[in-house]
Each structure stands twice: as C-alpha cells, then as structure tokens.
Design a protein. Structure first.
Length: 362
C-alpha cells in the first residue's frame, strides 16, 4: 500500500473552562487549535493523525506540508518504523525536537491508522501483545488561580466519574483547595516549570502534606534532568516529567539519571506511535512507569490508548477537563467508574467523523 496524499488540516475550536478570562500568548484564550493529518492511500484508505498545535499550528502545518509530505508521498508504507527512521534522518538538520518532530508525529500516527484499517486490526495488535483494555482516567484541570472554582471543578470531575484529579496550580491556597475537593482520592500537581531547585525544595513540607501521587515538572528548564534527579532524592515526593521531551533518547537520558518516578511522553510530540512504543519498552525494562501526556482530544488521544494497551505496568490516562464545542469521539467526556475502555475497531479504534468537525477548519 502506497501513500497517495498527505494533507494538514487545522481546526480552531471554541472551548470553555469555567474560570476567569485568561490571556494566552497575548490574547484571550477561548479557542484551541488542532493540527489534524489526513493520509490517503492508493487503496482508498484514509488515515488520521494529530500533531501538536495551539499557537504553533501555522509552523507545524507548514512543516507537514513542505518538509514531511514531499518525502513520503508515493512511498510504500508497509514498514512504518523503517520509513520513519529514514524520514528522521532526512530532517535531522532542521531539529530533533519541537516543530519538526511535532509534524513527524502527526503524519506517523495517520500512517498507523491507515495500516491498521488495511489489515483490519487495531494498532496495538500490529505492535505487540495487549495487556489491558481498561485504563484509570483522571481529570486534568485548567489553571484557575481561584480556590472556590477549583473546589467546584473537583466536585464536577467526581460527578463525571473521575476518581483522580490533576491540578495546574502554583499557589498554596489553590493546591489546598484541590486536595479538599478531591478528598482522599489521588491528586496530581503539574506546575508547568515555574520554580528553581531551591524554591521547590523550600516547599517540601507543604507539598508532602498534600499527599500528591506525583509532582509534575516543578523546575525550569524541564530537561535539567540532573537537578530533577537531586529533587527526586531529596523531595520525597514522586516526580513526573516528559511532555516537553522528544524522541526515545531524551527519555533514556531521563531514566538513566533517575530524574523521575514517572515518564510522560506525548505521542503527538515525541515522534509518533513507534517512537513512544520504544519509550514504553525502555521505561518498563528499567522499572519506570509511563503516565502519558494526553491533553488533547483527537487522533493523538486514541493513539495513546492503543499504546497504553501494551503497557505491563499500571497507568493513568489524562483528560484535559474542558468543554470543547464538538467532541472528536464519543464516550470520553466522562469516566465510567473512573476508567476508560479501549475502543475495538481497526486502526486507532474509532474512525474520525470529519463532517462534524469541518465547520471549525481554518
């Protein structure tokens, strides 16, 4: 089966978070930009992928169309890992991380979706042995900076079936509100790299009192694995990191330096499905758990579920707890008894109904 065409499609979709007005990159943040990738094959099969977007969407879209697509159109796609290795080698001059790898990730996911549909198998069957089809889910809250709203959103999450919650707060009163709203259930905290080593260590007693399941990306820069390793020893709180890392090599470095308890690859950033599969294999071989970053709603979310099915260790699946104008797939806005179920269809498991989404296309 050969690649007939590759198209990048960007959606701008309104969302609501239930909090105060937020300024993001210089303007009010009230829409999410998604970069979809549509691949058509010579057999008439369509594959869907997703590349990281938001305010980087224009650069990623151009990279897909002008850097990645010309190297793949017309190629046989029966061996995706080999094809993508050649692609990474061809594009390494333009960066092994960031925009280039986001573009590669989106295209790679679409290739696996198409290949799974052609073989009438879900992607996890093309990669290995399924170990689970039910996954614990947690709601990943917007950063509100308001204790009352945080408590409300925690209650709403629990009402929607979630049995674990992640905050994105940095102020003590807001973190305390999250613990109060979550009760004795698991509570995670993602601070998005605001602190120094010294600032983080000064918060040790307070953070320990919050009984966190993990503390995510406490320091800047996130790739300072040497400092993270020191904190991992001294803080006495499990650390998590990885949503800003690309390729298996960064994760190998992270794991070798014992920087974290949990690694968090993002399939729409790291290089795609096979790159994340290698990360999972390496992490579990070294007795490190994978907690994937999935703060998105499209094909990347389903790709994560396909990969999670192959994990031997326990994992959580993240749901960015926002109300988007149109859900990409049914049955993931709520968590049934705190869990998500792996869809059973070929490829990503559920085919994308683009007719419902097309009105948001930029």
């Amino acid at each position: 089966m050969k690649i007939k065409s590759i198209k990048a499609i960007t959606l701008s979709m309104p969302f609501s978070h239930g909090g105060k007005k937020v300024i993001f990159h210089g303007k009010e943040w009230k829409s999410l930009e998604f970069n979809l990738v549509k691949i058509e094959t010579d057999k008439g099969i369509t594959g869907w992928g997703e590349a990281f977007g938001y305010t980087s969407w224009k650069a990623v879209k151009i990279a897909i169309e002008e850097m990645v697509a010309p190297l793949l159109v017309g190629k046989d796609m029966s061996n995706i890992p080999e094809l993508l290795l050649t692609l990474q080698k061809s594009l390494h001059l333009f960066g092994r991380y960031g925009i280039t790898m986001f573009a590669i990730s989106g295209v790679e996911i679409a290739l696996w979706d198409a290949l799974g549909k052609e073989k009438n198998k879900p992607i996890h069957e093309l990669l290995g042995k399924k170990n689970k089809d039910l996954f614990k889910a947690y709601s990943s809250l917007f950063r509100y900076g308001d204790p009352k709203i945080i408590e409300q959103k925690c209650k709403q999450s629990l009402d929607d079936g979630y049995q674990a919650i992640k905050l994105h707060e940095i102020e003590n009163d807001c973190i305390e509100a999250g613990r109060k709203g979550t009760g004795h259930l698991p509570l995670m905290l993602d601070t998005n790299c605001p602190w120094t080593y010294e600032e983080t260590l000064s918060k040790k007693d307070f953070l320990k009192s919050m009984k966190l399941t993990w503390l995510e990306e406490p320091i800047y820069p996130p790739e300072d694995y040497e400092t993270l390793a020191k904190l991992n020893k001294e803080l006495e709180i499990p650390l998590a990191c990885g949503e800003n890392a690309c390729t298996e090599f960064e994760f190998k470095s992270m794991i070798k330096q014992k920087a974290v308890t949990f690694v968090q690859p993002s399939v729409i950033k790291v290089g795609g499905i096979y790159e994340m599969f290698k990360i999972i294999q390496h992490a579990e071989k070294n007795n490190v758990s994978v907690m994937p970053h999935t703060a998105y709603f499209g094909p990347g979310f389903l790709a994560t579920l396909q990969l999670a099915a192959l994990m031997e260790k326990d994992t959580y699946i993240e749901r960015f707890y926002l109300d988007i104008d149109q859900e990409f797939y049914p049955n993931f806005k709520r968590a049934l008894n705190g869990k998500y179920k792996l869809p059973s269809g070929p490829g990503l498991g559920i085919d994308l109904d683009y007719n419902k989404l097309s009105k948001y296309e930029i």
